[in-house]
Design a protein around this ligand. Structure first.
Ligand code: ADP
Length: 345
């Protein structure tokens, strides 16, 4: 008698495990690219799709950032239809800034889209703002959410580098190297404005790698006297040309140019690198990060780890909680400013 009861119980438990296991198994994941576009986002779409499909998952891609979740606009992604995009800048899924997603009603619509499409896991590819959005969404959704940091600004806490940063640096370097030729020929000073409204990661790396005489970042208030002093010391040594790399967030660069002209009595030209920095074919580095991050994001979802972001720490692919990412601020290494100064004498 007891033997039948125990056998029946074991049979019941086994079925429950099978049924529940099936219920919670990851079957379908979605991708979204959001916020400012970054070269390598397409490489990330390709990597996530191909790795996920190789593990038997279905993949859909919501279009135009968070707006695509709000309006439930998506397309199926397959290993074949993400072909030919690895080397292309921008994002085939398009992107947007979504004011509606900032409101609870907008995010509720996004949750609905995840539910009606049976999305078990969502991969959010974007910058700091998109990752904040991902955290807010995860608070009201059962779908597991993993972020992939992709922004030319490299301003995301929890990762040494973001997808697209290296490409944007190289694009700016290409432009500034050319400006250097004309600056040298005419013995002129150039102010080159690069992107970076609030953070100076781009300006600092660009400045350091083009040998800029002066680097200005939003984190440090600039001092006109010290800029002029640097230019004068260089001039006295016979270095009549110079490049001042300034992040857009330092203030009005044209005003700065005028102030330098007035104070130093030299001609100064302004070049604004602008949106070209956002586009272009991703460099090997940006593609590599996209591949590694894409694989890790799918792995996390398969391990049922949501609310995470993949990142790079000490050169290794890691993961970190979205909460930690969004409550901390990545620090700019200001010792590099000193090195840049030493190198540009
Ligand atoms: P990026 O991801 O490149 O930093 P944004 O800062 O514009 O770009 O963020 C992209 C989108 O993420 C925003 O348009 C908005 O819809 C959403 N978002 C940003 N911050 C938040 C937040 N604190 N709460 C909810 N959604 C947010």
């Amino acid at each position: 008698m007891w033997i039948y009861i125990i056998a029946g119980y074991l049979f019941f438990v086994e079925w429950q495990v099978l049924l529940l296991g099936d219920k919670f198994a990851m079957k379908r994941i979605a991708l979204v690219t959001s916020g400012g576009d970054a070269p390598g986002m397409n490489a990330a779409i390709r990597a996530v799709t191909r790795v996920a499909c190789s593990k038997g998952l279905e993949v859909i891609g919501f279009e135009r950032g968070w707006d695509g979740l709000i309006s439930n606009t998506f397309r199926e992604l397959t290993p074949r239809n993400v072909g030919g995009i690895l080397h292309v800048g921008g994002t085939i899924l398009r992107t947007s800034r979504s004011p509606e997603f900032r409101k609870p009603e907008g995010r509720k619509k996004a949750v609905k889209a995840l539910e009606v499409n049976d999305v078990d896991g969502l991969v959010v590819v974007g910058g700091d703002g998109s990752l904040r959005g991902a955290l807010e969404l995860s608070k009201i959704s059962d779908t597991l959410i993993v972020g992939i940091p992709a922004t030319i600004d490299n301003d995301v806490y929890g990762t040494e580098e973001t997808i697209g940063f290296d490409t944007a640096v190289n694009t700016a370097i290409g432009e500034i190297d050319k400006i250097r030729d004309t600056a040298n020929s005419h013995e002129r000073i150039f102010v080159v404005e690069v992107m970076g409204r609030t953070r100076g990661f781009l300006a600092l790396t660009i400045g350091l790698t083009v040998g800029a005489e002066v680097i200005l970042v939003p984190e440090v208030e600039y001092n006109l006297e010290s800029i002029v002093h640097t230019l004068e010391v260089n001039g006295a040594k016979g270095k009549k040309s110079g490049i001042i790399v300034a992040a857009e967030g330092i203030g009005d660069t044209y005003k700065l140019l005028k102030a330098i002209e007035e104070r130093a009595g030299v001609e100064v030209r302004l070049s604004v690198t602008g949106y070209a920095q956002r586009g272009g074919n991703p460099t090997a580095r940006s593609r590599l990060l996209a591949n590694l991050f894409g694989e890790k994001a799918v792995d996390l979802l398969l391990q049922k780890q949501g609310n995470m972001m993949v990142g790079l720490e000490e050169g290794k692919v890691t993961s970190i909680g979205l909460q930690e990412v969004t409550t901390n601020q990545k620090q700019l290494d200001l010792t590099l400013m000193k090195l840049a100064q030493t190198l540009a004498t």
